[in-house]
Design a protein around this ligand. Structure first.
Ligand code: PGA
Length: 250
């Protein structure tokens, strides 16, 4: 049985003060939850505050992005060791908003995953097709390409430590969540890729989160699918009560 994960991606929301307020509301609500891993990924500026607030609790902190370089003259970038020092245990890599608006490629995803692993961070690698690709029957091809070019470039040992997130671009921030069946079918494709590239054992141990308009009122249907090992949540992670409700439903 794979342990479930509920991860919140705050994107470019919440100041340091907002972060303090969020954690003082959230922590008592999830204090007794031992059945899943709980992660919050705040913006860079609020990571230390979040890590401080969550210290000793069952909530871990993640970054939303990381540089592929260890250090250097890369204005505006943040390194894996900086994230680790600030209190991160995880880092989201290859989110569709990074791919879409900041031109990140599968090659970037592979390099970022590698440096995250070397530094001791656990990558949460995101893949997913656009509406246009789905409508053209390209979903499997796109997922395979993103898998092979990104996490598929890791070694077996590295791959066994990552989390994968299936996030169909058409479901992110749109209120149009994938049906549990559509999500499960995509997860099966990704698990097959993992089996082909690594091993059956790696495929069955791999935890794949679903992301895209997950809310307290649709999580139950999604989590009823054995294929879904948790959720990566944007909008509904901003409110402590709704995020706690997602944790309880997992
Ligand atoms: P959403 O975002 O839950 O607001 O759709 C999900 C994500 O981008 O990870």
């Amino acid at each position: 049985m794979r342990r479930r994960v509920i991860a919140g991606n705050w994107k470019m929301y919440k100041t340091i003060a907002d972060t303090r307020a969020f954690f003082s509301s959230l922590l008592p609500l999830v204090a007794g939850e031992k059945n899943c891993d709980i992660i919050i990924a705040p913006p860079f500026t609020a990571i230390s505050t979040a890590a401080e607030a969550a210290r000793g609790s069952n909530v871990a902190i993640g970054g939303q992005n990381v540089s592929w370089s260890k250090e250097g003259a890369f204005t505006g970038e943040v390194s894996a060791s900086m994230l680790l020092e600030a209190g991160c245990r995880y880092v989201i890599i290859g989110h569709s908003e990074r791919r879409q608006f900041f031109h990140e490629t599968d090659d970037n995803v592979a390099k970022k995953s590698l440096i995250a692993m070397e530094t001791g961070l656990i990558p949460i690698v995101c893949v997913g097709e656009t509406q246009e690709q789905r409508d053209s029957g390209l979903t499997e091809e796109v997922l395979r390409r993103q898998f092979i070019g990104g996490p598929g470039a890791l070694t077996q040992d590295e791959f066994s430590r990552i989390l994968l997130a299936y996030e169909p671009v058409w479901a992110i921030g749109t209120g149009r969540t994938a049906t549990p069946e559509i999500a499960a079918a995509a997860h099966r494709i990704l698990r097959r890729c993992a089996g082909e590239k690594f091993s059956v054992h790696h495929a069955s141990a791999l935890r794949i989160l679903y992301g895209g308009s997950v809310k307290p009122d649709n999580i139950q249907g999604l989590m009823a699918q054995e294929e879904l090992d948790g959720a990566l949540v944007g909008g509904a992670s901003l409110d402590p009560k709704s995020f706690a409700a997602l944790v309880k439903a997992a």
